[in-house]
Design a protein around this ligand. Structure first.
Ligand code: 4AD
Ligand code: MG
Length: 443
């Protein structure tokens, strides 16, 4: 048979013609004289109708979910009043299951191993199976589209992509979350951020970005911390702090625009997050000091159960409550130097604070952290001293300040947090393929 092979999301335009499809049985429903299957592949779902003798064969009678099938038939519009994906169904006249492609049944049937009664820890061990679920597969497909959109948007802005090392001998975001390893007898770490390396690319490559893994030994269980996450980082040369904020707002909005311009992806996002609307511009810009006032006015206390005071870290819970109440993206800026990383540029007007920004999103809180960077050698060396960091292994970082330093800055966006916001997922663990977090390194 020479019928055209099509993927399951397609076929709206070929109603009435014969097609050949391949996929796995997502769902099955039997009636007396007819059997309905929902077939799934990576591109969508299709309803298949088996009638008469075809619904009574041994294979049909013993059919299990997840069985791989090849089906030939005619694509037709669904009868009025009936529902099927994309309003069409395949009337099969031939199908094939290779006996070794039949999915396990009985106790081993996927429906027995992954059900609403399965314990949470077991479900996590069975991620290779739960990935086949509608929610998980939609999130992963949206993730692919978002990553693609970031690449497209950075190309539009003429940023160059680089790939810094994951094995490093320097910290970026504090010694407390370093994964240490033995590197041929020397001490090395899994990188916390590619920022320092991106800064070294500016003089020769112009504005740069990367999409790489970052690693943090976060010894706590929260819904937004992973041990290994995907970090979208960018660095911009010859800018001031306002340029950085404008750029960041622009990138976030343009990435959403590009992502939503694909109708299938847009539908998946609306299925996952029916209330989603693209954020309004400009984003609310709020100084840390005003956020402290706002928290106190709303009687949201700090981690010690007391009123917030200048210099306090705004903890995850307080930050999320604030973001949920304000209910729109917030650029929180000008954090005190003591609670931020050593490399951040001070504000000229108020040296207590830094030219720093966190972008907060409803439901998640911080999804981006960024800043202007200290560009004067003496200030940077003093900052190493204040933090108690030995500058020796950082020679390649501070030495750049000797050779044509510049006002520059950048940011890092956690891709899983961005997705948790966009797809309204409770935890970042559901926004990556195989999550790694405190206590879990499998499958
Ligand atoms: O705020 P962070 O620590 O900033 C940096 O690493 C900068 N050096 C980035 C830069 O300027 N190039 O991390 C940036 C973002 C956070 O806002 C968050 O979205 C994400 O990375 N992130 C995590 N995501 C998941 N799990 C974790 N443990 C994360 N830690 C940070
Ligand atoms: Mg941060």
């Amino acid at each position: 048979d020479t019928s055209d092979k099509i993927t399951l999301g397609n076929g709206n335009d070929v109603k009435g013609t014969r097609v050949r499809v391949f996929g796995r049985v997502h769902r099955e429903r039997r009636q007396k004289e007819v059997m309905f299957l929902t077939l799934r592949d990576g591109y969508g779902y299709m309803q298949v109708v088996l009638t008469g003798p075809l619904s009574k064969t041994y294979d049909a009678l013993t059919l299990t979910r997840e069985t791989s099938m090849e089906i030939l038939g005619e694509l037709r519009e669904v009868p009025a009043g009936a529902h099927a994906p994309n309003n069409r169904e395949l009337h099969a006249d031939y199908y094939k299951i290779h006996s070794h492609w039949k999915a396990a049944g009985g106790d081993d049937a996927i429906t027995n191993r992954v059900s609403k009664d399965t314990e949470h820890a077991t479900l996590l061990d069975l991620r290779h199976l739960t990935l086949r679920g509608e929610t998980a597969s939609k999130v992963m497909i949206v993730r692919d589209a978002v990553e693609f959109a970031f690449n497209q948007v950075y190309k539009e802005l003429r940023f160059r992509k680089v790939s810094p090392p994951a094995l490093v001998q320097t910290q970026v975001e504090g010694g407390g979350t370093l994964f240490k390893l033995n590197y041929y007898t020397e001490e090395a770490y899994l990188t916390q951020s590619s920022q320092l390396y991106l800064e070294t690319c500016l003089p020769s490559m112009g504005d740069v970005y990367c999409i790489e893994k970052s690693f943090r030994a976060e010894k706590s269980l929260t819904r937004r911390h992973l041990s290994e996450y995907t970090h979208v980082e960018a660095e911009l040369d010859f800018i001031d702090f306002n340029d950085l904020l404008d750029h960041l707002e622009n990138v976030i909005c343009r990435v959403l625009e590009v992502t939503l311009s694909n109708p299938v992806i847009k539908q998946y996002i609306m299925d996952l997050n029916p209330e989603f609307t693209a954020p309004e511009r400009p984003f609310l810009r709020m100084k840390y000091e005003d956020a402290i006032k706002w928290l106190n006015e709303h009687e949201i206390v700090n981690e010690d159960g007391e009123a917030h005071k200048f210099g306090d870290d705004i903890a995850e819970a307080a930050e999320r409550r604030m973001t949920d109440i304000i209910n729109r993206p917030i650029f929180l800026t000008h954090f005190p130097a003591e609670i931020k990383a050593f490399y951040m540029q001070r504000d000229k007007e108020d040296p207590r604070v830094t030219e720093s920004v966190d972008c907060l999103m409803p439901g998640v809180g911080e999804i981006v952290g960024g800043s202007m960077r200290m560009d004067q050698l003496d200030e940077l060396m003093a900052a190493f001293g204040r933090e108690g960091i030995d500058p020796t292994p950082y020679y390649w970082y501070w030495e750049q300040r000797k050779y044509g330093s510049s006002p520059h800055g950048g940011y890092g966006l956690g891709l899983e947090r961005f997705l948790a916001w966009l797809c309204k997922q409770h935890t970042v663990r559901d926004c990556c393929l195989y999550p790694r977090y405190f206590g879990r390194c499998k499958p």
